[in-house]
Design a protein. Structure first.
Length: 116
């Protein structure tokens, strides 16, 4: 009975580790898409190549762990991948649209004429 308890504890630790890894990579992907501010940064920055690579890593993790995840882990991974891919496409569209729009020159502020 003690052996079964240790096995269950080990499986729980493994499940917690996988779930934590999934959440951590998801948070990183969101940060790379400018959805959150990176620690130590003053503002959110968009780094799409990093976001794409992080999402690809989660996809690889899904493939490599197939058949070895709990139903809860599978649900979390599937839902997060769906949301991240959707967010990536929307962010990419936003970035591409911003690149195509001509930049408006900054308008100088007119000072009131005080010589009247």
């Amino acid at each position: 009975m003690e052996k079964n308890n240790k096995t269950e504890q080990h499986q729980q630790k493994s499940a917690d580790s996988l779930t934590n890894l999934i959440w951590s990579l998801s948070a990183a992907a969101l940060t790379y898409m400018g959805k959150t501010i990176a620690p130590g940064s003053a503002k959110a920055e968009i780094k799409l190549p990093f976001a794409k690579e992080t999402i690809a890593t989660l996809d690889m993790l899904k493939t490599k762990t197939a058949g070895n995840r709990t139903p809860e882990e599978t649900k979390i991974l599937d839902e997060l991948l769906y949301e991240l891919k959707l967010a990536y496409v929307k962010t990419e569209e936003k970035v591409n649209k911003a690149k195509k729009e001509p930049k408006k020159p900054a308008q100088k502020e007119k000072k009131p004429d005080t010589n009247k």
